[in-house]
Design a protein around this ligand. Sequence first.
Ligand code: GDP
Ligand code: IMO
Ligand code: MG
Length: 429
Amino acid sequence: MANVSVIGAQWGDEGKGKVVDWLASRADVVVRFQGGHNAGHTLVVGNQTYRLSLLPSGLVRGKLGVIGNGVVVDPEALLAEIARVRAQGLDVSPENLRLADNAILILPLHSAIDRAREAARGERKIGTTGRGIGPAYEDKVARRAIRVADLAEPETLSDKLDELLLHHNTLLAGLGAETFEKQALLDRLLELAPQILPYAEPVWERLDELRRAGRRILFEGAQAVMLDVDHGTYPYVTSSNTVAATAASGAGIGPSAVGFVLGIAKAYTTRVGSGPFPTELTDATGKLLGERGHEFGTVTGRPRRCGWFDATLVRQAVKVAGIQGLVLTKLDVLDGLPELKICTGYEIGGQVVHRLPASPRAQAAARPVYETVPGWSGSSRGARSWAELPAEAVKYVRRIEELVEAPVTLLSTSPERDDTILVRDPFEG
Ligand code: GDP
Ligand code: IMO
Ligand code: MG
């Protein structure tokens, strides 16, 4: 099997960036296919830390990076990120970065609407990243969004801005937020156009050529299955499909190209933003996990909520996304805990169930049923082989494997690129 798709199996921040960077050495091209700069992927390579939001993580390995049509692209954020990583010594140019000419643009009005709506929701806020992701996807399906290729056509931009402003200024005014003026938006887009257009092309054509030439494609997911707009904890989700199947439609390639589906999960659970989280720990253990795991959002700096590993949730993610292999990350964060808990089901209204129901009320009411397993006193941090892992850590991984019904393909034992244990090469299928 030539290609691999990497997706999050929990609520995001599982370590997809680290895993994609590690796997990129075996790939020829890395493709982002959904999400936008709500993603924050951290790569630690020697004494350099790269924080990527829109750029495919393979660029750090010098591989070709492709931003597919399924991504919502804030041109300001893209240029700022390119400048930031260039300052870190990375070479990013139209030679090694290609952007789908049919990708949707995020404009300043999208983040304004995002923030105004969140403020208006009060207690019921979703806890979005405020980056305009939801409003941009809404405009896409409403058929009024500006696409990358439109940057080459001032008249198209002008017409589309009229339509967009008719909609958004009405909404912004109703929410008591500042409205936008067309000319300023148009001028800025025309200024950005010559900086963005050199990256633009029909990427489907390039991907088709690469595929026919037998090149290995690595698809880099953002967010995670439980944030998927269909399969996640709706409405506390992001506005795109995050499952691996989206790699096909979000890059312009057929479903058979998606390849081996690799799901990434932390050895415990975290979540940023609002929404149900059955295994959340609000006690000292939760605090400890947050501190030891440095659980602060890469994008917003918000502390992440922490809890025990939820095997019921990850098993569900395995099923709905077709995950064929699991990568377990941050095992080292559990070092030294005397005992660990794994959620094996939920008690809801006096009954035990083995899936998270669609009903938000049931999701909120779900109480975890735990299996308690022994922790380990030794260190797993930095282990690069099974032999270096404490015996109880190996048992913990094996138990998770059984419960989620997917084999462990890779293990990660520190943020550093090479502190990784390969069990099976996903490119070999
Ligand atoms: P992503 O959004 O899925 O790419 O994950 P993030 O980069 O947002 O968050 C994962 C964090 O955990 C980053 O700071 C990584 O450097 C770090 N990390 C990744 N794998 C490991 C690991 O095995 N152990 C530890 N301690 N940290 C890790
Ligand atoms: P990576 O790729 C964790 C969450 C937000 C919020 C919800 C909706 O780094 O794993 P949005 O701005 O997308 O409309 O917010 O989704 N969220 C993430 N949480 N990791 C991410 O990305 C996330 N991207 C969005 O916190 O709860
Ligand atoms: Mg992240």
